[in-house]
Design a protein around this ligand. Sequence first.
Ligand code: HEM
Length: 631
Amino acid sequence: MNRGKLKKLIKCPFRKTLEPFEGSPLSEDVSAEPAGVRPFNSIPGPQGLPFIGNLLEYFKKDGPRFDKLFEVHKQRSEEYGPIYAESLPNFHNVVISSPWEYNKVIRAEGKLPQRRAMEPISHYRLTRGMGLGLVTAQGEEWYQQRTVVSKKMLKLNEVTSFAGEMAHVADDFVTRLDSVRDAESEVPNLEKELFKWAMESIATFVFEERLGCLGEKPTAVTQSFIDNLAGFFKTLQPLMYNVPVYKHFRTKLYKQFEGHSDKLFEIGKSLVEKKLAEMTKSGESKSDFLQYLMDNKNMDSKKVASVGIEMLIGGVETVSTATTWCLYSLAKNPRAQQKMYQEICDAKQEADGELSAEQIAKLPYVKAVVKEALRKYPITYATSRYTDNDMEIAGYEIPAGSHVQANLYGMYRNADLFYQPEEFIPERWLKSGQQQMDPTVKSLSQLIWGHGARMCIGRRIAEQEIHLALSKIVNKFSLSYHHKDVEPLIVVAIVVVSAAAAVVVAELVEVVVVVVVVVVVVVVVVVVVVVVVVVVVVVVVVVVRRRRRSRKRRRTTTKQQQRRRRRRRRRRRRRRKEEEEEEEEEGGGGGGGGGGGEGEGEGEKEKVEKEEEEQQQQQQQEKKEDEEEVK
Ligand code: HEM
């Protein structure tokens, strides 16, 4: 490294954290590390509110924008330095903007690395009873799938065996571009064309079959897949940054996401199943990739379908967007385009004919063009991990389980790391480049694919596709661009509405409305329940009291009756006694007047009858009284 470069590095805002590579003249600068390690909560960064963190800032006029999150990271790293912390609902993030500091994360990575899960996808898959795929699975579940799939996708010779078919797709794409050019020789909707090409291309790997995306009119199935894939990404981004209410209540946005996912999985599954059925019927392998997966004892047809679909989802939008930026960069830089064209012509001359995929993959300037386009326009604007262990980064304690993110966009456009960062200079990546690059800075170009055991599994396929298409396009056309300059946006967020923030607001409003409705319903239900309970209690109390009263009355009545009866009985006994006494008295007087004869006997009889009659009358009277009392 020359002294001028060294001086520049020492002046840079990352000076404190520069970690010299072996043999670097910067090795004397190690003392620049802060002496003590500071606690996690003292990491600088924008102050947020509880629960929603820094979310409100995104609603300020002229404030940070969700569709320019990478710009926000860049600006904040300029303000706070090589490390800062920010939070959004459901997400606390440590952003690292020094390649040397992020290298600590890469070096500390274990066997089962974890990055931020795409929770809407995981939630969708789980609620639909599917296993988590390669992108969303964690731990052993991920490791098992990864081990199987990487053997096919990351081996160079495996990938180049598909290059012939991919080259045919690239040829057809060039023909299509030629045919869709308008009167001004412009391709009206280049992104859409690239999207179709990327889908056709990845299908040759997954299904070893052409889907017909590049024909006059794509089939209904292909068009549906394309539309739903766009919808899938549009709805995914705002769902990821918002409070995950969709886990408890299916918001409108989540329903849209679910709808797109259903359609994608339905189409993907039917394509995979059709292929598997053909293979079973004919007994021969018509898709090397699917056959390989099926032959693995850890895979079943459901898992195979899931992997196949993931490749379609993961390999279309990424490759087409990356290629769009490559073409844009070449169109804006005729010098670089000419150099690339020359390299292709020279190689063709040397090969004495058309270039094979292997030969194209070896063209250094083509590779440098792709690296430089993705440096300036990184479709992966950040790569991230959850830390496995406690560690120190940039002088701060980072506890295990923290989410740390490499601010790739900020680093790629940092003048202290890349000279003239706003310029498109593919030469910087060549061995013969004007300046020797620090190896750590140089390795930043790899981070576009992630890192370690969890690096993009489609990397080799993607590079092969992009190199093939670019070299064929540059070989056939001279590219130019005559419109307003464009800068990157997180399109998946902004296509939904004018700004992703609006989607977040809409989601929050929906949540508030739902919460209010739920509260009102709960209150009404509680009130109704309380009223019903009160009424029931009152009725029960009244009934019970009445019953008690009537029982008491009945008991009182019975007692009165008994008392009366007893009284009557006593009266009767007394009367009888009096009568007997009277009789006795009369009997004593009778001895003197015993000559009363028959006439007296009859008188006696009459008296008895009268008494009996009176007794009967009295009994009847008593009975009547009793009955009346009972009544
Ligand atoms: C220019 C194109 C592409 C770029 C820039 C890209 C970038 C990435 C990045 C940054 C990751 C995360 C890696 C990490 O966490 O370390 C990733 C993962 C992944 N990519 Fe790509 N990708 C591209 C194309 C593809 C293609 C063509 C496919 C499929 C054929 C694909 C399939 C996947 C899958 C399945 C994962 C998850 C891997 C895992 O977690 O084990 N990607 N990609």
